[in-house]
Design a binder for this molecule. Structure first.
Ligand SMILES: Cc1cc2nc3c(=O)[nH]c(=O)nc-3n(C[C@H](O)[C@H](O)[C@H](O)COP(=O)(O)O)c2cc1C
Length: 344
């Protein structure tokens, strides 16, 4: 992308945005990702800067009221991120979701996000996540109950629904806004589609046009050019980036602040990630999360599959770190654009 286009993108992303009267640092946000958007990754991200708002991994609404942040795997944060962290909750019962939101508000976090998009079978079987898109009345009742229970900014993240038609998400967007949502994140894919077909950005434009509240577009933003194109072609108010934020955690600093990462960032980042995981998690959890991180990070390199295969079955963090160091000992060939075929 040319310097001029990057400046244009950076300007657009830095336009002030208020959500329920609270100003975001900028309009480029981290999309919620289970096993990836944890406290250690968010600390890594903060080291680069530039992220407007961070969304947590989904947390079970049933468990949130009794969680102990210092011991919980998901419901945890660093003090420094409290004011920029939105906790995502997943559940099917309006009262349960409201109780979780009350707990989140008591912790002084930025906001609450409702997961109406996860299509993993175990979640949908419990009528949570994307299953709620097949029960619009219940989904709306959840938004209303959470709204009445607390005063933090309330986000809803949802997708197209169960059939490929923009009518439902447009109607849902209106209903969620009327029920008290302050902002929406919309991922234009049908629920059984697990990211293997391109997201239909045209639907983002329709959802955006249907409501007054801010809409974050989401899905298949893999480069600064994609981000600019999504803003231009859909009119969305901000962009939520998921997988590419794992592959290149410095992208927020680059796209928003025009900070060009130094060449050594590629070798240093996975080692920094390992240190942070070791700090925040017990060894088995750290290792599981490290392997997941590396599976996305490998997309940066022409022979990234070797990084992936050499770490996929290691028994310990120490062995994983040693394999990573070996991979970078002879500088690997970087791809100009990460290989998205490696993405799940
Ligand atoms: C490993 C993984 C875990 C995810 N977990 C969640 C989640 O907990 N909650 C949620 O709303 N979306 C979740 N998502 C969906 C992302 O937030 C995002 O909508 C999707 O990846 C499309 O954005 P992208 O193309 O920028 O990655 C997950 C995606 C991935 C790849």
């Amino acid at each position: 992308m040319s310097g001029e286009m990057l400046s244009d993108l950076s300007r657009r992303l830095q336009r002030p945005l208020l959500i329920r009267g609270r100003r975001l640092a900028n309009r480029l946000v981290l999309s919620p990702m289970a096993q990836l958007g944890h406290v250690a990754y968010r600390q890594l991200l903060d080291g680069f800067g530039g992220c407007g708002l961070m969304f947590s991994e989904m947390c079970s609404a049933r468990r949130v009221p009794t969680e102990t942040p210092s011991r919980s795997t998901y419901f945890r944060w660093r003090d420094a991120e409290r004011k920029r962290l939105v906790i995502q909750i997943v559940g099917a019962d309006p009262d349960e979701m409201a109780a979780a939101a009350v707990r989140i508000a008591a912790e002084g976090l930025f906001g609450v996000d409702l997961n109406f998009g996860c299509s993993v079978a175990a979640i949908c079987k419990r009528k949570c996540g994307a299953a709620l898109l097949a029960s619009p009345d219940r989904a709306e009742a959840i938004v209303r109950a959470v709204r009445q229970a607390m005063d933090l900014p309330l986000f809803v993240k949802f997708r197209t629904g169960w059939k490929d038609d923009p009518e439902l998400p447009v109607e849902l967007a209106r209903r969620f806004a009327a029920a008290g949502a302050d902002a929406l994140t919309f991922h234009p894919r049908v629920a059984p589609d697990r990211r293997n077909r391109p997201a239909k950005w045209a639907y983002i434009r329709l959802v955006k046009a249907a409501v007054e509240i801010p809409v974050f577009g989401n899905g298949d933003v893999f480069s600064a050019a994609d981000c600019l194109r999504m803003l231009e072609t859909t009119g969305c108010d901000g962009v939520a980036v998921g997988r590419m934020a794992i592959t290149q955690p410095w992208l927020f600093a680059h796209w928003v602040l025009k900070a060009v990462p130094p060449a050594q960032v590629y070798a240093e980042t996975p080692l920094a990630m390992a240190r942070l995981l070791n700090h925040h998690f017990e060894p088995a959890s750290a290792l599981r999360r490290y392997k997941k991180f590396l599976s996305y990070y490998a997309a940066n390199f022409r022979f990234g599959h070797t990084l992936y295969s050499k770490t996929a079955n290691v028994p310990s963090m120490a062995a994983a770190i040693a394999a990573v160091e070996r991979f970078f000992a002879a500088p690997p060939e970087r791809l100009a654009q990460p290989s998205i075929v490696r993405f799940a």
